[in-house]
Design a protein around this ligand. Structure first.
Ligand code: SAH
Ligand code: SF4
Ligand code: F3S
Length: 474
C-alpha cells in the first residue's frame, strides 16, 4: 500500500503487493488493455456522486484503472471508459444518475468499444440492477459496494466482451491493499471504517453499505504515514459513524485513541474526521481533539432536527438536551471550536412546532455552516411508510426560513473574524487569488501565487461575507 501511494504511477511497484485471489486479474487486465489499445493510452472518465466515502472509493477505482493502463480525461466525449460511482441517499441524486446514464447511449452507439460502468450505492438497491439491464442494456459493468477488489476481474470480463452484474451482501469485507490514485496529495480522505449499523429511520446507507467494519489501526496508521510523506497537509478520517470505530476488532483501540495515534505521526498536518454521531460522541473523543494540536478544532456533528418527537421518530438515539449539553462540553474544552451540522427539513409529520424547535436549536448553537436537505423518502426504510401530510411547498418554505436564519448567524459570526489571523491551507488558485481553508473549515481568499497551492500561509482577515472571508497574507 505504501508503495502505491508514494509511487502511484508505477506498475512495477505493484508486483510486490498482494490483493489476494483477485490479484491474478491485475496483470491480465493490463494485458487485455494493451491488446485492445496498443501504444495509445486509453482514457477513463470517472464521475463520483454522493459523499466523501464515495470519493475515496473512486480513488481506489482510479488506482486500479491506472494500474490496468488507463489515463484520465474530464469529459465522457473523450473517453474509452466511463465510470459512474453512484449515490442513493436522496431520490434526486438517483434520478440524476439515470439521466446521465441515458445520455451515454449516443456515445456508445458511435463507439461500440466504449466501456460503460455503473457502481456504488445505487446499484445495491433492489431492482436497480434489473432496471439497468432492461432499460440501459448498453451498460457493460454494474457492481455494488464492497466488491471493489474484484474490479480487475470485472474489467477483464468486459474487455473480453462479457457483461458483469454483481452486488455485495451486507457482510462484505474491508478493502485493503488496493492501489490509490488521488487528484491531489495535500488534502486527502482516509477511510477508517465502512458501513453503518444505526438504521436512522429515513436513511438508505445501512442497506446499501452493509454492516460496520473497521480497518485495523495499524493499516490506518501505515496509510497516514505514507500520505504525510507524500505531502498530505489535511487528512480527513472517514466513516459513517467514526465514533463506533473499533467495534469488532480485538485490539481495544477506539476512535479517540486512533485520532491520537494519527496525530502522533511526524509532520506538519491537520487531522479532521467525519461523520461523528451525537449518540456516540464521547468525552474521550473531545479530550483527544482538545489535547492534540494537530486535530483540527472543527466538529461536524449532524443533529438532523431540534424536535425530540422527530428525533425519536428518526431513531437517532439522543435528544435535543443531550445534543446541546455535548456542544457545551465541547466548547468548554475548545473555546474556538467550529461546529457544523446536517439538518433534514420536512421529515414525515414534522409540524410547524417541531420545525420551530429546529430553528431555536440552530440559533442556540450558532453553527459555522449547515448542510440542509428536504426529506426524501427512500424505499425500504421505516420512514418511507410513515404518513407525510405536509406538502412539498410547505417543506420548501421551511427550508428557506432555515437557510435565511443560518445565513444571518454566519454573517454575524464572520464579522467577528475581521482583524484575526488564521493559518490557511491554499487549495485553489484563480486570477491571482488563492482560496483556502482555516482550521475551523472557514473559506478564506487572499492574493497569492499558484505555486502556494498545498502549503500553509498565515492570513489576516480584512473583510467578511456570509460564508467566505477575504484576507491578506501576513
Ligand atoms: N452518517 C452520517 C450521515 C450520512 S448521509 C450521519 O449520521 O450524520 C448525509 C446526510 O444526508 C445526513 O446527515 C442527512 O442529513 C441526509 N440524509 C440522509 N438520508 C436522507 C433522506 N432520506 N432525505 C433527506 N436527507 C437525508
Ligand atoms: Fe444514515 Fe444514520 Fe447511518 Fe448516518 S448514522 S449513515 S444517517 S443510518
Ligand atoms: Fe450516498 Fe452512499 Fe455516501 S448513499 S451519501 S454515496 S454512502
Amino acid at each position: 500500500m505504501d508503495n502505491y501511494i508514494k509511487d502511484r504511477f508505477s506498475v512495477a511497484s505493484a508486483a510486490s503487493l498482494s490483493v489476494g485471489e483477485d490479484d491474478k486479474y491485475r496483470f491480465t487486465a493490463a494485458d487485455l488493455v494493451r491488446g485492445r489499445y496498443g501504444d495509445k493510452t486509453p482514457l477513463a472518465y470517472v464521475h463520483t456522486y454522493g459523499c466523501q466515502g464515495n470519493v475515496s472509493d473512486s480513488e481506489y477505482l482510479k488506482g486500479m484503472l491506472r494500474d490496468a493502463g488507463f489515463g484520465f480525461c474530464s469529459s465522457p466525449v473523450d473517453a474509452d471508459l466511463v465510470l459512474f460511482n453512484t449515490c442513493a441517499v436522496r431520490e434526486h441524486a438517483q434520478d440524476r444518475v439515470f439521466g446521465n446514464i441515458g445520455a451515454l447511449k449516443p456515445l456508445k452507439e458511435k463507439n461500440r468499444s466504449l466501456i460503460i460502468i455503473v457502481c456504488g450505492c445505487m446499484t445495491q438497491q433492489p431492482g436497480v440492477v434489473e432496471k439497468i439491464s432492461k432499460s440501459y442494456d448498453f451498460v457493460d459493468i454494474v457492481f455494488g459496494t464492497g466488491v471493489m477488489k474484484k474490479f480487475y476481474g470485472f474489467l477483464c470480463r468486459a474487455l473480453s466482451g462479457h457483461k458483469v452484474r454483481e452486488t455485495a451482501g451486507p457482510g462484505s469485507t474491508v478493502e485493503e491493499g488496493v492501489p490509490t490514485f488521488r487528484d491531489r496529495d495535500f488534502k486527502v480522505w482516509l477511510p477508517v471504517m465502512y458501513g453503518c449499523d444505526n438504521f436512522c429511520s429515513y436513511c438508505i446507507v445501512p442497506y446499501v453499505r452493509g454492516r460496520e467494519r473497521s480497518r485495523e489501526p495499524e493499516r490506518v496508521l501505515e496509510d497516514a504515514r505514507s500520505l504525510v510523506s507524500s505531502g498530505a497537509k489535511d487528512i480527513t478520517l472517514l466513516g459513517q459513524n467514526v465514533n463506533s470505530y473499533g467495534k469488532g476488532l480485538d485490539c481495544g483501540v477506539g476512535f479517540p485513541e486512533l485520532l491520537s495515534r494519527v496525530c502522533a505521526v511526524e509532520g506538519d498536518f491537520r487531522v479532521r474526521f467525519m461523520t461523528s454521531h451525537p449518540k456516540d460522541c464521547s468525552t474521550a473523543l473531545l479530550e483527544s481533539m482538545a489535547s492534540n494540536p494537530k486535530a483540527a478544532k472543527h466538529l461536524h456533528l449532524p443533529v438532523q432536527s431540534g424536535s425530540n418527537r422527530i428525533l425519536r421518530l428518526m431513531n437517532r438515539g439522543y435528544d435535543r438536551e443531550r445534543y446541546l449539553s455535548l456542544i457545551r462540553e465541547a466548547r468548554s474544552m475548545m473555546p474556538d471550536l467550529s461546529i457544523t451540522s446536517d439538518i433534514i427539513v420536512g421529515f414525515p409529520g414534522e409540524t410547524e412546532e417541531d420545525f420551530q424547535d429546529t430553528l431555536s436549536l440552530v440559533e442556540e448553537v450558532g453553527f459555522t455552516s449547515l448542510y440542509t436537505f428536504i426529506y426524501s423518502p427512500r424505499s425500504g426504510t421505516r420512514a418511507a411508510k410513515m404518513p407525510d401530510p405536509v406538502t412539498h411547498e410547505e417543506k420548501a418554505e421551511r427550508m428557506k426560513r432555515l437557510c435565511s436564519l443560518q445565513e444571518s448567524i454566519a454573517r454575524s459570526r464572520s464579522v467577528t473574524y475581521v482583524g484575526k489571523r488564521f493559518r490557511v491551507l491554499a487549495e485553489k488558485w484563480s486570477g491571482g487569488r488563492i482560496e483556502g481553508r482555516a482550521e475551523g473549515n472557514y473559506i478564506i481568499s487572499f492574493a497569492g501565487d499558484e505555486s502556494e497551492i498545498g502549503s500553509y500561509t498565515d492570513v489576516e482577515v480584512t473583510s467578511a461575507g456570509n460564508y467566505t472571508l477575504e484576507g491578506k497574507a501576513v
